[in-house]
Write a protein that binds this ligand. Structure first.
Ligand code: ATP
Ligand code: MG
Length: 488
């Protein structure tokens, strides 16, 4: 197996000093399924003071400052996963009277004790000189099964976060389908779902994010619902369960939300787009008026934006994330028709959503459409919108771009404002467009003096030609933007 030399050396150092040492937890699981671990955990029979003594002597820099007895070692590896390695004494956890944290951490004598406190069989494997597999973790790994170590009920009662972790591992360990949660483990989750109420929102959020960021995000959310966990995380989603829409939709609200999320996950969109895809119709159940094919949902995007904000704040997402998702939900219905919507409304959309969010808004819209079961993604309309969006943010080609302005010209030539100033500006603009290097104040001043000496007639002629040149450049730029989006 592919164990880095840094890790081998640390194991050897402990073993030579007379202690047991094993790689444990998620990294053994990942090694066995052929995935490079993103961190490495080592468990040992040494207690923290002993670990420190061994590694001080071996010349390592060590840190010891947490409640779990973990000592961190600094290596000189360049690899992020290997820069600091955590070494934890074998431990057992006793009593969880608050259902969150063990009341005290006790060190254990044996590896077996340490492995039996771990949550799932696939996470309870150890690798020292050989693999230690006390609970059938290798078979479960082979068969893609999530199974609690020991008595499932007890394990969830000890720590309710394990409810979320079970779903998280089911969702994240494969790219294509969920791993199976073993029968008794599954029913223990269903029976103890309410324990989630005792778990900190941040920890729930972290697991939820991992579920959403996997390609199986939508299946993961559905599994949370099936197991009765979703009601303690985003109960608002359940309001749309079994609720039909109208003649424009073939799916019920909840189903449509999940299908939109599925599209966002399959396409590797950002967390915010995934959240917005899941939540964009969150207010539809509350705004539904009428029944059957003519039902309406007026204002669901505005109320939905508020609800999305509440949900995400409750789950301790950052203000930045809340703001972005709220905007994406609020504007997901933006109206666009090639012939009806002009530059000014596109400009308004851009201002409302923020130019930095526009790409993601288009992604939410796409997820929404595909999630409606409408197979076509309106390619022309969408391309035309993208074209207009780019066009309206382009700086206009105007004298404002010049390193000299009307005031400067008036002062320089000692003249009042009038057509002459405009003509000079037009001419200078065409010159700068054909050679941007000319856009220097000094050069333009010189040119202004030359132009000032021309007759009004001559100057007018120059200016007319210059205006045509500028128009041509503008048309050319527009055509290039059009071509970029295949719009004619
Ligand atoms: P990841 O790939 O997300 O790091 P992981 O399995 O390594 O997954 P960690 O949270 O890093 O998960 O925990 C490391 C190990 O510690 C787990 O594999 C498991 O053995 C144990 N563990 C972590 N959290 C719990 C828990 N809440 N209850 C029981 N054991 C846990
Ligand atoms: Mg880990």
């Amino acid at each position: 197996m592919d164990i880095p030399p840094e890790i081998r050396k640390i194991l050897k150092t402990l073993q030579k000093a007379g202690y047991e040492a094993h790689i444990v937890g998620g990294c053994v699981r990942d090694l066995l399924r052929g995935v490079t671990p993103h961190d490495w955990d080592i468990a040992t029979s040494a207690v923290p003071e002993e670990i420190q003594a061994v590694f001080d002597k071996a010349g390592y820099k060590t840190f010891y400052e947490n409640d779990f007895g973990t000592v961190s070692l600094v290596t000189d590896s360049e690899d992020q996963a290997l820069k600091t390695i955590e070494i934890t004494p074998f431990r057992v956890e006793s009593q969880y009277s608050d259902k969150r944290h063990p009341d005290q951490v006790r060190f254990a004598k044996t590896l077996a004790d340490d492995l039996s406190r771990r949550d799932f069989t696939i996470n309870a494997l150890a690798l020292g000189e050989k693999i230690t597999d006390l609970f059938g973790g290798q078979d479960d790994l082979e068969n893609k099964i999530i199974r609690a170590v020991g008595d499932a009920q007890e394990r969830f009662r000890e720590d309710g976060l394990r409810l979320m972790r079970a779903v998280r591992f089911a969702a994240t360990l494969s790219d294509d389908s969920l791993w199976t949660i073993d029968g008794p483990t599954r029913s223990a989750i269903e029976k103890n779902a309410a324990l989630l109420q005792h778990i900190s929102r941040e920890r729930i959020r972290d697991e939820l994010v991992k579920i959403l960021m996997s390609p199986n995000g939508a299946k993961g959310i559905e599994l949370l619902r099936e197991l009765g966990l979703l009601q303690f995380i985003i109960p608002e989603l359940l309001e749309g369960f079994g609720v039909g829409q109208n003649k424009h939709h073939i799916y019920e609200i909840y189903q449509h939300n999940l299908l939109s999320l599925r599209y966002a996950c399959e396409n590797g969109y950002s967390l915010e787009v995934r959240l917005a895809s899941l939540l964009h119709d969150i207010a539809k159940p509350r705004t539904k008026r009428g029944e059957g094919s003519n039902a309406t949902f007026y204002g669901h995007e505005t109320i939905g934006a508020k609800m999305a904000g509440q949900i995400l704040r409750r789950l301790c997402f950052s203000k930045k994330q809340c703001d972005k998702v709220t905007k994406l939900v609020k504007y997901h219905l933006f109206y666009y028709n090639v012939d009806e919507v002009g530059a000014s409304s596109v400009r308004r959309l851009l201002k409302n959503v923020g130019p930095e969010n526009i790409e993601e808004l288009l992604q939410v819209r796409k997820a929404d459409r595909i999630g409606s079961g409408v197979p076509k993604a309106e390619p022309y309309k969408l391309r035309h919108l993208k074209y207009l969006l780019e066009k309206v943010v382009q700086d206009p080609i105007a004298p404002k771009m010049l390193a000299i302005n009307g005031q400067d010209i008036m002062k320089l030539l000692n003249i009042q404002s009038g057509p002459k100033v405009g003509h000079i500006l037009s001419y200078l603009l065409s010159q700068v467009l054909s050679d941007p290097k000319k856009n220097k104040k000094e050069l333009l001043e010189k040119e202004t003096e030359r132009l000032g000496a021309l007759s009004d007639q001559e100057l007018q002629k120059l200016a007319n030609r210059a205006k045509k040149d500028v128009e041509q450049v503008e048309t050319k730029r527009d055509n290039m933007t059009k071509q970029k989006y295949w719009v004619t």
